[in-house]
Ligand binder design. Structure first.
Ligand code: GLP
Length: 245
């Protein structure tokens, strides 16, 4: 595993954006796996900036997002569709037909999950997957559990995740209780994985995920088994592992 230590959030965003930019330059028709949450926003800003300067071209890029809340319409400001349009897609020259996110409005979970899984396989898999890290070690919306759920599936969100995401909603009752997410196997099949972490509140889970036992109770710990993972974190997020790196 490569670990890049950044000075702060800004520096972390720049370093991670460098890796994504290199991927797009080396393979202009690459498949990027994208993430939501507050951590990647700075990376998306950097990518937009580079696009505006003429240094990046997204015309041949395809994207697949990790997850989406079940029951939220694309137009809902809290949906991940809305998030991606607002923070990235509407600012770059990506073909909207090449951007994929699970359809939260499909009620038939089985149908939507197999459609999404098949879509990723049909694209030939993901070249580079960007991941944030939940406080409980979740990746995408793969919550701590007794087993690793392999493929795209519908999850019941944990109380702690609902609480953590409440800040984006009017009240806790408006936070969806379920989501569609790529599974663990779907994620680790990506050829390259970049995990971004920022802030002191992530320090303990970073240590557990990357230096603790590999267990479905800490879903991100499976990344220790992948042979091309890069962790990009700021000093605060890496503070509990600073002696190990
Ligand atoms: C959500 C997303 C995850 C993300 C996590 C962490 O639960 N589904 O993909 O990694 O939040 O978010 P943040 O970056 O805001 O800490």
């Amino acid at each position: 595993m490569n670990i890049y230590k950044a000075k702060n959030y800004e520096d972390m965003s720049r370093k991670a954006a460098n890796i994504l930019s290199a991927q797009i330059i080396m393979k202009p028709n690459c498949v990027l796996g994208l993430a939501t949450g507050s951590t990647p926003i700075g990376i998306y800003k950097q990518l937009i900036d580079r696009y505006e300067k003429g240094d990046l071209d997204f015309s041949q890029v395809t994207t697949v997002n990790l997850d989406e809340y079940k029951g939220l319409e694309k137009e809902n400001e809290q949906s991940y569709h809305y998030f991606m349009n607002k923070n990235l897609f509407s600012h770059i020259n990506i073909n909207p037909n090449h951007t994929h996110i699970p359809n939260g409005m499909e009620e038939d979970s089985k149908k939507e999950c197999s459609r999404y899984e098949q879509l990723i396989q049909n694209l030939g898999g993901v070249d580079l997957q960007l991941l944030g890290l939940g406080h409980n070690g979740h990746i995408g919306f793969n919550e701590p559990d007794q087993i690793f759920y392999k493929e795209t599936h519908c999850v019941d969100l944990q109380e702690s995740t609902i609480k953590a995401n409440q800040r984006f909603f009017d009240c806790i009752d408006s936070v969806p209780k379920q989501a569609y997410t790529m599974g663990i196997k779907t994620i680790v099949q990506a050829r390259k994985i970049v995990v971004v972490v920022s802030g002191k509140d992530k320090a303990e889970i970073v240590k557990k995920a990357f230096f603790g036992p590999v267990t479905p109770l800490v879903p991100a710990s499976i990344l220790q088994m992948h042979n091309d993972v890069t962790l990009v974190g700021d000093e605060d997020a890496l503070s509990s592992i600073s002696k190990m790196i």
